[in-house]
Write a protein that binds this ligand. Sequence first.
Ligand code: PRP
Ligand code: URA
Ligand code: MG
Length: 213
Amino acid sequence: MELIVLDHPLVTHKLTHLRDRETDSPTFRALVEELVTLLAYEATREVRVEPSTVQTPVAPYHGVQISKPRPLVVPILRAGLGMLEGMTRLMPNAEVGFVGMVRDEETLEPFTYAERLPKDLSGRQCYVLDPMLATGGSLGGCVNFLVDRGADHITCICLLAAPEGIEKFRRLVEDLKVPCTLVLAAVDEKLNENGYIVPGLGDAGDRLYGLAE
Ligand SMILES: O=P(O)(O)OC[C@H]1O[C@H](OP(=O)(O)OP(=O)(O)O)[C@H](O)[C@@H]1O
Ligand SMILES: O=c1cc[nH]c(=O)[nH]1
Ligand SMILES: [Mg+2]
């Protein structure tokens, strides 16, 4: 697994604002979108392209366009939905699939309540979005769904990750033998006894959309 951690003062500046418990939901949503744009720029470095020639007002130009089949973007609901707009703005021709997961707060195991993905993902580049990689259970579960459908190239984009979750996720993708890149804005210190990232930002879904009952 390739691990890319963005080391950029603008990213850290925005993350600092995002982590602040005084930051309200509208500002939090705007910051997530801005951060995704910065992460997506790095995460799409390996996006497959094919030759494309256009006519400028002056001469032909031999450039490229994103290859078919189109890339698939998969936000993990709820919190990953906050990253979707920023990603599709950068790659408007991407297709979007959905996976809905929620962690059991006692066992920390993810429960899948929704899944809407193309049946066959062979030959597709997949981009998974979730702001938080804590124990790694949710991201791992989503990657399993994609590999089951034949995905052969997966890039996961997260804002914050705990070292424990990164290691668990690394072992999973090694077992699955799927080329995978994990792009992060930052690696935090640890998980606390409740499975929350420390210092983290709290519950990303709640901060984006309000408290879940
Ligand atoms: O790495 P893990 O230990 O699996 O934890 C991370 C997951 O927890 C959060 O979702 P949550 O379960 O809170 O659902 P939500 O997005 O609806 O708030 C987060 O968005 C990840 O999906
Ligand atoms: O710190 C954490 C851990 C899991 N999910 C979150 O939203 N935040
Ligand atoms: Mg949540």
